[in-house]
Design a protein around this ligand. Structure first.
Ligand SMILES: [Zn+2]
Length: 339
């Protein structure tokens, strides 16, 4: 039998317990932001690793919730290991920590940079030219300041930049960022490639770079004749089958298809089985592109752009192409060149 008093104690105890549970379960804005970021980067293991490193670094400082959210947002601008070091270093600087240690995080200790056709070596944030003279600075957020230039450059948005940033971590020099030129042959700037499509592919490449993924253009525009030649391969000609599309049946033939691949450490194109293809596909889809990795016969490097049309509709444009060329096709699709 339960007395009235017991019931009262039970009730208030239960209320207290419920209140405690609510307090414990209510996540801070920073932990909510961190969970959001983890979900967004779920298919980019390197970026998640960088986030882990940042979070461990942040734990060492008694940051309030707002500053922690700010640090996470700053990291998301380019979620990779170099940014993680930069964000932690800036916090250390703001908190007046040991200057040398903070500077070491903000600026890369070593590495190389090729930008604007010039090659520099990196020495603790200084850019040294071939004669060993300082010609500018670089920070771990990817910002490059060259002496005599008003405008800062950026290793992510400058798709032609080659950059390798290295940092001493726990006594060992490790690579934070290693990117190669993303379109060294200028294939996206080919007049046969639709501008709206090229811009979306470039934005995809920029975001991939920001996420520490070294990628580069493989094939973009392909003539009908070249497509027919590829189609013959493995059918009437020797070799392996590489395509199911004849001339005019591939979006590559209209400047609306492209293949993006990974770069080896030496900068060569590669198709690694364990590459971050899914993350690449997500980034491309966020730019409004159709990604071949979702097809029944996946074509993971392939992206294409045909708003309002299906992947298999390319062949519908053969007659238009024959009569009015690429411009005619793009006009009919309402993605004509901007003046
Ligand atoms: Zn393709």
């Amino acid at each position: 039998m339960t007395s009235a008093t017991d019931t009262g104690i039970d009730a208030s105890g239960a209320t207290r317990a419920a209140a405690d549970a609510t307090a414990a379960a209510a996540p801070s804005a920073a932990s909510r932001r961190e969970q959001e970021i983890r979900a967004e980067l779920a298919n980019n293991p390197q970026a998640l690793q960088a986030l882990d490193r940042l979070v461990a670094g942040l734990d060492a400082y008694a940051l309030d919730d707002a500053r922690r959210v700010q640090a996470l947002d700053d990291f998301m601008a380019a979620p990779n290991a170099a940014t993680a070091a930069y964000v932690e270093g800036r916090i250390a600087q703001a908190l007046g920590e040991d200057f040398a240690a903070a500077h070491a995080l903000v600026s890369p200790d070593a590495g190389t940079l090729t930008i604007g056709g010039q090659v520099y070596s990196i020495d603790h944030g200084a850019l040294l030219d071939a004669d060993g003279r300082q010609a500018g600075t670089i920070t771990n957020d990817g910002v490059v300041r060259l002496d005599g230039e008003e405008q800062a450059r950026n290793v992510y948005t400058d798709l032609s930049a080659r950059v390798q940033l290295r940092e001493t971590i726990d006594g060992e020099l490790s690579t934070l960022l290693d990117l190669h030129p993303a379109d060294r042959r200028g294939r996206l700037d080919d007049a046969n490639v639709n501008r709206q499509f090229a811009d979306r592919v470039k934005d995809t490449l920029v975001r991939a770079r920001q996420e520490g993924m070294a990628m580069q253009m493989d094939l973009v525009y392909r003539t009908f004749a070249h497509q027919d030649q590829l189609y013959a391969q493995g059918r009437t000609e020797p070799g392996q089958r590489v395509t199911n599309a004849r001339g005019g049946q591939s979006w590559h033939n209209y400047g609306l298809g492209a293949d993006v691949v990974f770069s080896t450490p030496a900068g060569q194109p590669s198709w690694p089985e364990d590459g971050n293809w899914t993350r690449y596909g997500e980034i491309a889809e966020a730019q409004g592109l159709t990604w071949g990795g979702r097809w029944q016969n996946p074509d993971r490097p392939h992206v294409e752009y045909h708003p309002g049309f299906g992947a298999s509709d390319a062949g519908d444009f053969i007659a238009t192409h024959g009569r009015d060329g690429l411009e005619g096709v793009w006009d009919r699709m309402d993605i004509g060149q901007q003046p």
